[in-house]
Write a protein that binds this ligand. Structure first.
Ligand code: TPP
Ligand code: MG
Length: 630
């Protein structure tokens, strides 16, 4: 039958289906109970919503436009019947971050819906955070019509087809729903992409304006569920034995625990203890080992720490776990100056083989690390590592002393503020301690706030800090609070942000109130984009266009939004603690504005301990990189 001859789909058809699903508890249950037939005559927009429900996606962050009115109408009806939930936002970058955070923090699947063109491009930009941190999120964008009757407003103005599909395919995986029946294939690919065990990322569904309302017969039984995959590990024992022998022989072993180790805390601890290895954390893996664990050397890399970078530089055997060797984490490839060999545990072949001289233990981190740990426990290798771990412990003590001096630093006189104000490390420490005390999740925005943040946090497990170091997207932290708006069991969150980052996504103030988010934004205001000032001064002895002359009263700005409780944090630790307490009593979103110092006093920062291939450091870094064999 030609699609124009299909029977009309009425609102009451949609309502019945949505109600049946809501009452049964899930699409699967409704199918099993016969409350909904497996063959359904509907529009592509509704089929997409049904298909996503089958994968457990029932939450949407949306900014609708002419490119998504048909899908919006389906979501209206499905929400009224209790089958889906949609939150409307005020900025597409913000909502992309919120969806990323919902998946990252709570493991809950979500989709982002935009119009065609500018809205889609903004969400696409925001999806870099999902791509960089391996977080699976569906992005649904309006797209040009498939008839090609003429330019659609907001499409890419070129005589070429499928350009949005091509653009998005560069960053993640993408599917243009040119034909309604292609949905089954699109969702099969999407299910693997957003649920990939070690390389999840954004999946873009391009939804042409004219195929959204096009009708089809969809077989609900044939739409894919989320994949269930076994944990993979090497089949034989040969590589595990070889790795165990290498660890047994080496006197100085360091584990680099990358972002992939998040959630594998127990396996990493067991392996570290069985191997007698010093563990160096990445910015995104703080907490994998409890902060006070004697083998936890803290973060290492181009920012790093005294102890983390010491362990990286001195280790003769490197065990990399769940790391893709980002420049920040491995000092642009020259962080392991003494390493003679590498054992690399990763599910991804390319990541596992990133360094030379590698024994690649390809597979699930938990499964592989447990096997290697069991082997090492059998041969007892740790006595040989005592001197090494003692040297590392000394460095950890040095780092603790260094930090303490900065945490106890009194307010310093600041040029922009014309008075003594807290240093950023001292202020972040106060807020991080408070977040721990109240059991809140911490989110860190880009810049010095982020770098100081991962140097400061003292987590005892993963899942207490979310620092988007993959893309370091300014505005991520404040936007991430909005993820909790759709969480089944929301946790109180504290977003640590700079004045620069906050102004990237201030619309979250309105969205958070609108959607009942409970949490706090702390703005560390140094009246500049200090992370970049710092780099400029370190490299070229001069700062350039990274500050401003405009004082902003963030208390007044935030308080202008009905429902936001805004507080001034004051100029010392005591007043800041008081403000945090008051902020936390509010049953909604609070904002605390803290002026912080920026200037030459070295106690104003936590230092940089590694190397980085940027600016006028490139010659040195690249020279060292060419000469080393790893
Ligand atoms: C969207 C975006 N634009 C630009 C950058 C580059 N960048 C990284 S940090 C930073 C400055 C951050 O300033 P602020 O939030 O005030 O934090 P501070 O360093 O002052 O503590 C900039 C511009 C980025 N990471 N993200
Ligand atoms: Mg700043």
């Amino acid at each position: 039958m030609h699609m124009l001859e299909r029977p009309p789909v009425t609102e009451s058809n949609l309502r019945q289906r949505a109600r049946a699903i809501a009452q049964a508890g899930s699409l699967e249950a409704a199918l099993v109970k016969g409350k909904i037939p497996k063959l359904v005559e509907c529009t592509l927009s509704e089929a997409l919503v049904l298909g996503l429900l089958k994968q457990g996606v029932r939450k949407y962050f949306a900014i609708f436009g002419h490119g998504s009115t048909d899908l919006g109408n389906v979501l209206r009806i499905y929400e009224a019947e209790g089958a889906t939930r949609t939150v409307n936002c005020r900025n597409e970058v913000e909502m992309a971050h919120a969806a990323t955070a919902l998946r990252w923090q709570y493991g809950e699947r979500a989709a982002v819906v935009t119009s065609i063109g500018p809205g889609a491009m903004q969400a696409f930009a925001g999806s870099l955070a999902a791509a960089s941190n391996g977080v699976g999120v569906y992005h649904i964008y309006g797209d040009e019509t498939t008839f090609g009757e003429g330019y659609n407003m907001q499409q890419v103005p070129k005589e070429e087809q499928g350009l949005f599909g091509r653009m998005t395919a560069v960053l993640g995986q993408s599917y243009v729903l040119h034909t309604p029946e292609a949905l089954r294939d699109a969702l099969r690919r999407g299910a693997l992409c957003v649920n990939h065990p070690y390389r999840a990322g954004p999946f873009y569904l391009l939804l042409p304006l004219n195929t959204q309302p096009a009708r089809l017969t969809v077989n609900l039984a044939a739409l894919p569920v989320q994949p269930s995959l076994p944990k993979l590990a090497p089949s034989g024992d040969a590589e595990i034995e070889r790795a165990a022998e290498m660890i047994a022989k080496a006197a100085k072993v360091a584990i680099k625990a990358g972002g992939g180790t998040r959630g594998h805390d127990a396996a990493v601890i067991r392996l570290a203890e069985a191997a007698g290895a010093a563990v160096v954390l990445s910015p995104g893996s703080t907490g994998v080992l409890p902060d006070a664990h004697s083998q936890n050397m803290h973060v290492g890399g181009s920012k790093g720490s005294i102890s983390g970078n010491f362990a990286m530089a001195e280790a003769e055997l490197l065990v990399v776990i769940g790391s893709r060797a980002v420049c920040q984490a491995d000092c642009s490839g020259i962080g392991y100056k003494s390493a003679q060999a590498v054992i690399n545990i990763n599910g991804d072949l390319a990541d596992a083989l990133h360094y030379n001289k590698t024994v690649a233990l390809v597979g699930d981190i938990g499964a592989v690390a447990e096997r290697l740990a069991a082997k090492l426990e059998g041969i007892k290798v740790t006595s040989k590592k005592r001197a090494w771990l003692a040297a590392c412990a000394d460095k950890k003590g040095e780092w603790a002393d260094y930090k303490r001096i900065r945490f106890e630093c009194p307010p310093l006189r600041d040029e922009a503020w014309q008075k003594p104000v807290l240093t950023q490390p001292a202020a972040i420490k106060v807020v991080a301690d408070y977040a721990k005390q109240i059991g809140a999740a911490k989110f860190f925005d880009a810049g010095d706030v982020q770098a100081n943040g991962f140097q400061i946090v003292e987590d005892n497990r993963t899942g207490d800090t979310f620092t988007e170091t993959g893309a370091s997207y300014m505005g991520f932290a404040v936007s991430a609070l909005l993820g909790s708006a759709l969480a089944d069991h929301p946790r109180y969150g504290v977003a640590f942000t700079g004045d620069g980052s906050f102004m990237m996504n201030p619309q979250v103030l309105i969205d958070a109130v609108q959607n009942g988010v409970r949490g706090m934004i702390v703005i560390f205001d140094n009246r500049r984009m200090a992370a970049i000032t710092g780099l400029q001064v370190a490299q070229y002895n001069n700062d350039f266009r990274t500050n401003d002359r405009v004082a902003v009263d963030y208390v007044q700005l935030a308080a202008a939004v009905t429902g936001v409780h805004a507080m001034f944090g004051g100029e010392n630790a005591e007043s800041l603690r008081w403000a945090l307490k008051s902020a936390h009593t509010h049953e909604g979103l609070s904002v605390v504005h803290v002026p912080v110092y920026s200037g030459p006093d070295e106690r104003g920062g936590l230092g940089a301990w590694g190397q980085w291939n940027v600016g006028n450091w490139c010659d040195d870094v690249q020279d060292a990189w060419i000469k080393q064999d790893l």
